[in-house]
Design a protein around this ligand. Structure first.
Ligand SMILES: Nc1ncnc2c1ncn2[C@@H]1O[C@H](COP(=O)(O)OP(=O)(O)OP(=O)(O)O)[C@@H](O)[C@H]1O
Ligand SMILES: [Mg+2]
Length: 226
C-alpha cells in the first residue's frame, strides 16, 4: 500500500477577487521507506505540496490520501491526530516555541502521545545527541544561532520516530559538516526504521542524498526520477 497517493490534485489560493493556482493537477505516489525530494525554484509550490501531504493545508480539487486518510475530508481534530501519531515536521521557518527551552521544544511532540516522563527524557536526550546539541539543552530559541535552531527543529521532528518526516529546506542554515551529519542520521533512520522522508529543497548537498527526485516548476511536476 502507498503511504501517500495524490490524484489530480490542485491547490488554488484566493488573492483579492481572483485566484492563484499554486499546484496544478498533481499525480504522485509515495511508498513506505522512500527517501525522496521535491526540487524546484522559489515559488514553484514545494512548501504548498508538503503542507498538503502533512494535512496542514487542504487541496482545492482532486484527492490526497495519506496513511489511508483523505486529507481533503479530515476534520481539524482528525488531522491533528494524524500528525501527532505519524508525522514529523521540519519547517522552513523553525516554528520553535520561543518561551520554551531546547529540551521542552524537543519534548513537545511526545506530550501529545502516551509516554512516561522517563521514556520521554531518554528520547529527548537521544534526539539531541543526533543533532549534537546536548550542550544547549536549557537554552531558549533566541539564544541559539540559526543553524542550532534548525537542528532543534530536526530533533523535534525525529524524536517520536514517526513513519513520515516532511522536511522543508532542512539544511538551509547548516554548514557542510552539520548538513552531512544530519543527512547521515536521516539515512540511518530511513534504513533502520523504514522512516519515509520527503524533502523540499534546492540544496545540492541534500539532492545528492535523494533516491528519488521530483521536479516542480510553476506548480506542475515536470519530472519524477523514480
Ligand atoms: N497563503 C497563500 N496565499 C496566496 N498565495 C500563496 C500562499 N502560499 C503560497 N502562495 C503562493 O504559491 C506559490 C508557491 O509557494 P510555495 O511556498 O509553495 O513555494 P516554494 O516552492 O516552497 O518556494 P521557496 O523555495 O521560496 O520556499 C508562490 O507563488 C506563493 O506566492
Ligand atoms: Mg518553500
Amino acid at each position: 500500500m502507498n503511504l501517500v497517493t495524490i490524484k489530480n490534485m490542485t491547490k488554488r489560493y484566493p488573492i483579492g477577487n481572483s485566484e492563484f493556482t499554486a499546484l496544478s493537477n498533481i499525480n504522485l505516489e509515495f511508498e513506505k521507506g522512500e527517501f525522496c525530494g521535491i526540487i524546484g525554484p522559489s515559488g514553484s509550490g514545494k512548501t504548498t505540496l508538503l503542507n498538503i501531504i502533512g494535512s496542514l493545508d487542504t487541496p482545492s480539487a482532486g484527492s490526497t490520501v495519506v496513511l489511508g486518510k483523505d486529507i481533503g475530508n479530515l476534520s481539524e481534530k482528525e488531522a491533528a491526530k494524524l500528525r501527532s501519531r505519524h508525522m514529523g515536521f521540519i519547517f522552513q521557518t523553525y516554528n520553535l516555541l520561543p518561551v520554551c527551552t531546547v529540551y521542552e521544544n524537543v519534548e513537545f511532540p511526545l506530550l501529545l502521545i502516551n509516554m512516561t516522563p522517563n521514556e520521554r527524557k531518554k528520547k529527548v536526550i537521544s534526539a539531541l545527541e543526533w543533532v549534537h546539541l546536548t550542550d544547549k539543552i536549557n537554552s531558549r530559541p533566541n539564544q541559539l544561532s540559526g543553524g542550532q535552531a534548525q537542528r532543534v527543529s530536526i530533533a523535534r521532528a525525529m524524536v517520536k520516530q514517526p513513519e513520515l518526516v516532511l522536511a522543508d529546506e532542512p539544511t538551509a542554515n547548516l554548514d557542510a559538516e552539520n548538513s552531512r551529519n544530519i543527512l547521515d542520521a536521516m539515512v540511518n533512520l530511513n534504513k533502520e526504521l523504514q522512516t519515509t522522508f520527503i524533502f523540499a529543497t534546492h540544496d545540492e548537498k541534500v539532492i545528492t542524498y535523494l533516491k528519488r527526485k521530483i521536479f516542480l516548476v510553476d506548480g506542475k511536476v515536470t519530472s519524477d526520477g523514480k
